[in-house]
Design a protein around this ligand. Structure first.
Ligand code: ADP
Ligand code: ZN
Length: 592
């Protein structure tokens, strides 16, 4: 069938070509003259051939011409009298059929092809048209050359989190028997090149099941309906090889919140998304041993329907590797090339903050290529450093790279948060890191002590103080401030505002005032609530400012009192990039 379509296309193409050639030839050889010229030039004409309205002929000098005109007896007689040879050619009966064929066959063929194409799409997985088939790559577990957990460096917590997926895929019946709710949809969240695909493959290999790989954007096609039939096809194929893993990279291409697309709804994506939801729910209700893993760097734009229980209800975060992670990744990938055993891996790792696993892999690749080009026996430190520079300087600059100066500032900023949080609370500091993640350049991860239902004023004051601790540390140490604290400032202002306007926690007493935002319309503050007089409003703003400045003063005084500890913390953070709660404690609470 595929070949038939091909032949028809070739045939149609040939006809079109033939017609084009004939047209060109004709127009080149034969001069078109007007009917008036024909009459005027009658002396010079040797012969004419008349066929209906068309008159072909030759001049005495041999030039051919053509024209159209009313061919009447009078005219023909005149020609004959001038010794022009006149031939009348009958209009062939077949000619119009041929003309019609030549004119219409190619067009009809194209229409026919398009039609069968669309029919194929409607029928879904029609074998005739592979267009609607999912192009998912399948990786069947193999003994040789397979990605295992050992190839995934770092990411220890993540690996721990996905262990039960392996157990389930190895032994789905056990889960059923014991009535354990099996893992179904998992979403891997993290920057590109952080090892999401790699880990998913490793899971499949560890469990010994096939792995279906598809990129979200390949579901989005020009034609409405193609995407959804591809989704259907993908799941159908997977079902046949269950237990297995389906991995959908860049799920955001499909799963973007509905109605957020440019120009409102996007039919194709919506249909595709719906189909995906149907398939996910199908797996859930039929209890098929298929685990669907989706990857994205933008969980915030996903349609909430995707994240509902029973769908992608488990989120696993990947971040860029810290120093320890980078050392491990370097080791894994250096094993694959011939390398100098004397390479100082830690030194290399230190020089590439912000590199992802994929960046490290391509850096080593680059170094290996240089080694071959320069006829060196193996990859050595010097080559690695040059490869690194090339990547950092690279035109693309995909890599997020920090200079030491920037890194130092971030270290002090985060150390400021961590120090204050450790000294005054309120929440436990779990870890602090200067590895960029999403928008933030660093993070101080805090966990509230227990589930909080009621929050008291003291807690909020402390919270704001911690938030402002980053900026305070920067100001004290560097005597300049940066934009790095923008997010902190927004958050703390928000809390202070709520304290004053909504929670009645200011000297104005327990009154709830409508917060100002509600009166901002189209970017303009159009009216204030009548309850709030001009004067009250000014007082409210003053209260907000008081809270912020009190907290900021407190943050600065805590830091100044503990400036040695801040230096130690920041230095250590700069060195190791991530500090655990325990490590922070040993710096802050050591007796020295
Ligand atoms: P993502 O799917 O997160 O964009 P990939 O899993 O495709 O990233 O990673 C691309 C490549 O980078 C992998 O094939 C691997 O060689 C390398 N890589 C990324 N993370 C790691 C890691 N943790 N350990 C080893 N190699 C890694
Ligand atoms: Zn901060």
């Amino acid at each position: 069938m595929k070949y038939l379509v091909l032949w028809i296309l070739i045939f149609a193409g040939a006809i079109l070509l033939y017609r084009a050639i004939v047209d060109i030839q004709e127009s080149q050889k034969v001069e078109f003259i007007s009917f008036t010229d024909l009459i005027k030039d009658i002396e010079n004409i040797k012969e004419i051939r008349v066929k209906g309205n068309r008159i072909d002929g030759e001049f005495k000098d041999g030039r051919a011409f053509k024209t159209y005109g009313p061919v009447e007896w009078e005219l023909l007689k005149t020609f004959s009298e001038k010794n022009v040879k006149v031939t009348i050619i009958p209009e062939e009966k077949t000619s119009w059929v041929r003309d019609l064929l030549i004119a219409w066959v190619p067009t009809l063929l194209i229409i026919f092809l398009l039609f069968s194409f669309i029919r194929g799409i409607e029928r879904g997985n029609s074998r005739a048209i592979s267009f609607t088939r999912s192009k998912a790559k399948i990786f069947v577990p193999r003994k040789d050359n397979k990605v295992t957990f050992d190839d995934v460096a770092g990411l220890d917590e993540v690996k721990e989190e996905v262990k039960d997926i392996i157990d389930y895929l190895k032994n789905p019946d056990k889960f059923k028997e014991f009535g354990i709710r099996p893992p179904k949809g998992v979403i891997f969240i993290g920057p590109p090149g952080s090892g999401k695909t790699l880990l998913a493959k490793a899971i499949a290999n560890e469990a010994g099941v096939p792995f279906f790989y598809e990129v979200g954007s390949s579901f989005i096609e020009l034609f409405v309906g193609v995407g959804s039939s591809r989704v259907r096809d993908l799941f159908e194929r997977a079902r046949k090889s269950a237990p297995c893993i389906i991995f959908i990279d860049e799920i955001d291409a499909v799963g973007r919140g509905r109605g957020t697309g440019i120009g409102g709804g996007h039919d194709e994506r919506e249909q595709t998304l719906n189909q995906l939801l149907v398939e996910l729910d199908g797996i859930e209700s039929r209890g098929e041993p298929i685990v669907v893993i989706a990857a994205t760097n933008r969980p915030d734009i996903l349609d909430p329907a995707l994240l509902r229980p029973g769908r992608f209800d488990r989120k696993i975060y990947f971040s860029l590797p810290d120093l320890k992670g980078r050392i491990e990744i370097l080791k894994v990938h250096l094993k694959r090339v011939k390398s100098d055993p004397k390479i100082d891996i830690e030194k290399i790792a230190r020089s590439i903050p912000g590199f992802s696993g994929a960046d490290i892999e391509s850096m080593i690749n680059e170094a290996a290529i240089m080694a071959i080009r320069e006829r060196k026996p193996f990859v050595d430190e010097e080559l690695l450093m040059r490869a690194r520079d090339k990547m950092i300087m690279g035109v693309e600059r995909k890599t997020f790279f920090l200079t030491d100066e920037q890194k130092k500032k971030i270290a002090y900023h985060e150390a400021g948060h961590a120090l204050i949080a450790k000294i005054q609370g309120p929440d436990k500091v779990e870890r602090v890191s200067i590895i960029p993640r999403g928008k933030a350049l660093g993070v101080t991860v805090q966990i509230p002590d227990e589930d909080m239902y009621v929050i008291d004023r003291d807690y909020l004051y402390k919270k704001i103080t911690v938030l402002l601790g980053g900026r305070a540390a920067e100001e004290i140490v560097f005597e300049t401030i940066s934009t790095g604290a923008a997010d902190d400032i927004e958050k703390s202002t928000d809390i202070a505002r709520k304290m004053v306007y909504e929670w009645g926690m200011s000297s104005l007493g327990p009154i709830a005032f409508k917060s100002k935002e509600e009166y901002i319309f189209l970017g303009r503050e159009i009216a204030r609530h009548e309850d709030i007089s001009e004067e009250t409003a000014r007082k409210l703003d003053q209260e907000v400012m008081n809270i912020i400045s009190q907290c900021y003063a407190r943050a600065k005084s805590i830091i100044t009192e503990n400036i040695d500890k801040l230096h130690k913390l920041a230095t250590m953070l700069f060195e190791k990039e991530t500090l655990t709660s325990h490590e922070i404690d040993s710096i802050i609470f050591s007796s020295s």
